[in-house]
Design a protein around this ligand. Structure first.
Ligand code: SF4
Length: 222
């Protein structure tokens, strides 16, 4: 069991979630809990801008509406549909994953994070993202954006692999119990990293968690 949330963490979660409910973008992959569709979006979003994925995602799903359709596809056709998105290894891994899941699991993606991680092309982040965005599990999904928010808010000095571990532990401590609240919180922290607490600039004055964020408090005092 991870250590419990601090009052500051609880306030962070509450404020962030309330902000996301008002301001979160309506993105196509936020309208589904279908594990296959969530998985496709997560593969596409790795190192690719949301605006580009918004174009490719519906196109890919129209061509391969189910994991069975993707598993049965010719590799060259999958690459063709992926053409223009870049990082083609992702398409090959996604295709291989579909074949494994259809052959060994009757087409059902696992719910368990460790089992998800055993699939081709699925790392710690993607496993967490599918677990929470498809199955509404209270599990962290710490990508670059989320890691940056947690670092600035709770661990400004975190560095290296020990720092990385801290970010994941705090990511876990920030989780609500489960269900829709976990889905919402994990989407919200991602949205904050993409829209407010960006790599280029932290927009602290307009940030919903500024009063409970280490860096935000500093900025406000200055
Ligand atoms: S207050 Fe600033 S540093 Fe903290 S999360 Fe918000 S934008 Fe990022």
């Amino acid at each position: 069991m991870p250590p419990k949330s601090t009052p500051e963490m609880l306030a962070f979660r509450r404020r962030l979630t309330a902000w996301f409910r008002r301001r979160g973008r309506d993105l196509p992959w936020r309208r589904t809990r279908d594990p296959y569709q969530v998985l496709v979006s997560e593969f596409m979003l790795q190192q690719t801008q949301v605006s580009r994925v918004e174009v490719y995602y519906p196109r890919f799903l129209a061509r391969y509406p189910t994991i069975h359709d993707l598993a049965a596809a010719e590799p060259a056709h999958v690459q063709e549909v992926w053409q223009g998105l870049g990082y083609y290894r992702r398409a090959a891994n996604l295709h291989r994953l579909a074949q494994v899941v259809v052959a060994e699991r009757a087409g059902l993606l696992p719910v368990d994070v460790d089992e998800l991680r055993s699939l081709p092309g699925v790392g710690r982040y993607t496993a967490g993202a599918v677990a929470t965005f498809a199955y509404e599990q209270a599990t962290p999904a710490v990508d670059t954006n989320v890691g940056r928010v947690i670092r600035r808010a709770f661990h400004p000095k975190a560095k290296g692999s020990a720092g990385e571990k801290k970010l994941w532990t705090t990511g876990l401590r920030l989780q609500p119990r489960a269900g829709n609240a976990a889905w919402t919180f994990n989407q919200a922290i991602m949205e904050l990293g993409a829209m407010v607490c960006t790599a280029r600039i932290a927009h602290c004055p307009r940030c919903p968690v500024k009063s409970v964020c280490a860096m935000g408090k500093k900025v406000l005092r200055a």
